[in-house]
Design a protein around this ligand. Sequence first.
Ligand code: ZN
Length: 152
Amino acid sequence: MLKTKHGSAFELGHMTIEKDGIQCTCGKKGCFERYASMRVLKENIRKEYGLGQDTHSRELMQILGNGSLLSNTLLEEYLNNLKIGIANLIDLFEPEAICIGGSFAYYENLFLEPLKQKIYAEHATFNERKDIDILTAKMQNNAGIVGACMIN
Ligand SMILES: [Zn+2]
């Protein structure tokens, strides 16, 4: 474990993936979490389809998977942003596996295979790594609370 002076290292959601990008709550612009979090994805679906805040995640994900041009565009944009951040992490840490928790894990049928293809096939990483396991957390939304993902 790496101990840092202020304990504020590894704020991975706040690494910049877009120069002069969207304003983040941390004060910076273009942070990873402003482009690749499930919260932002859901906000974008609600905005583009004119849906209220009370629209359930399950319904939003059904819309995202409906195959329409707009849904496919939203999904593609989300996955491309996620690919950038994860590829940066792969280049930094050279992990054996990437395990994604949170509500992403509930909808892995929509996200996981296309994300793998983007990371493996589009020269996303320095060494064009194709041997990294990209998985969802068995603990799904509780993975962050527990601090471990456990592999499915
Ligand atoms: Zn930020």
